[in-house]
Design a protein around this ligand. Structure first.
Ligand code: MN3
Length: 205
């Protein structure tokens, strides 16, 4: 049974960047539904019992049944992506990365402003629902990509990329507060990204 990560902050603590009503629905309804639907689909896939969600998403092709494969892709992606999303956010976030992550950002993008610009463009530019991503490859190089729906870099790169930052640009992530102005939401979310935590994940990968 997969479980949603527990939040280390209250629903209203990401205000004004992410509003309380959106947080309640996003975590309490959307993320909960992906998690329940994933667990239900896995009941019919005993061969996947005990595997990590990362392993399951990298190897989706082992699922022969088309409908079950789609269910695990959409809901397993939704489960994993939202665990990463809610975990990387923190009321005390914002600012710029430090440590090994900052050094690598400077190496791969020149500076943090350039990374922020690329990640913003990738996220705002998703057509329809999807995600913008900052990932690391096996050598520690940082890469910005985007995916449609609940796909993620584990799936698109078969385990060669590990996601570090995921920016959810489904309308349910921002519409109550930002309406159609996705760019304002993407701009605001940088104020609550916990770069210290992401540096730890990057350093200990
Ligand atoms: Mn979402």
């Amino acid at each position: 049974m997969f479980k949603q990560i527990e939040l280390t902050y209250d629903f209203n603590q990401l205000e004004p960047h992410i509003d309380e009503a959106t947080m309640k629905l996003h975590y309490g309804k959307h993320h909960a539904a992906y998690t329940n639907n994933l667990n239900n689909a896995l009941k019919d896939l005993p061969n996947l019992q005990g595997l990590s969600i990362e392993k399951i998403l990298i190897d989706l092709d082992v699922i022969d049944d088309c409908a079950l494969k789609t269910a695990v892709r959409n809901n397993g992606g939704g489960f994993y992506n939202h665990n990463l999303y809610f975990d990387m956010l923190d009321p005390k976030g914002g600012g710029e990365p430090t440590g090994a992550l900052a050094d690598q950002i400077n190496k791969d993008f020149g500076n943090f402003a350039n990374l922020k610009d690329q990640l913003t463009k990738a996220s705002v530019g998703v057509f329809g629902s999807g995600w913008g991503w900052l990932s690391t490859d096996k050598n520690g190089k940082l890469v910005v990509t985007s995916t449609p729906n609940q796909d993620n870099p584990l799936m698109t790169h078969k385990g060669d990329l590990t996601p570090l930052v995921g920016i959810d640009v489904w309308e349910h992530a921002y519409y109550l507060k930002y309406k159609n102005v996705r760019a304002d939401y993407v701009g605001a979310i940088f104020n609550v990204i916990d770069w210290a935590k992401i540096d730890k994940v990057y350093t200990n990968r």
